[in-house]
Design a protein around this ligand. Sequence first.
Ligand code: PGA
Length: 251
Amino acid sequence: MTAPRPLVAGNWKMNGLKAQLKELTELAQGFDDALKSKIDLLVCPPATLVCPAANATNGARIAIGAQDCHTGVSGAHTGDVSAQMLGDCGATFVIVGHSERRADHGESDATVRAKAKAVLAAGLTAIVCVGETRAQREANEATAVVGRQIDGSLDALFDPAKIVVAYEPVWAIGTGLTPTTADVAQMHEFIRHRLVALYKEAGAGVRILYGGSVKPSNARELMGVKNVDGALVGGASLKAADFLGIAAAYR
Ligand code: PGA
């Protein structure tokens, strides 16, 4: 099986008012045919901007995603948003289980799995995030932790074509620190084996993104690692020029 088509995904987190949408215009201009032929580009703005972002990128081949969703479709859940609603707005991806949600909202693997299931049921693609803390890495528990998160957050019944896994070491997020390429290679190979165990040959086609302090200056090195099929980018996705600089790793 040939390597999966790379996906470069931006996670704006809780950043961006309407004025931020101008970055999408710049992104569309820089996402030229040469790059389009090689990678998929995705931006996940806050929920308030999913609809206008999808309208703004319509036709530019830039996908729009959300950063979270509820496990249900509709009902008495004040303040929550369902995957179906996000899809209705033009989202085609939803990030689930980001470490900030696992930490800030106590999301368990079971919750993440239920959210991923809801994303797939809505016909969208789920980006399932996993990653160890610094203490877990120092205690040599990184692979055990990530293995547990994969097993608990995915389901053998999921359609592997609608799943993306993002490996994001918690200690690398927003810190400027990144694992060595050897550590990234080791973890991505471990995740690949887990995916193949779950989904057989189709597991080889699931994209495994690396996330955590990806920037234009380290993107080429990180994206060049075996089994790294793209990036999930936080801070450096807020400026189109930086995000395009990361995507340029695939030129
Ligand atoms: P960062 O965030 O690129 O700012 O480190 C990555 C993420 O949390 O997805």
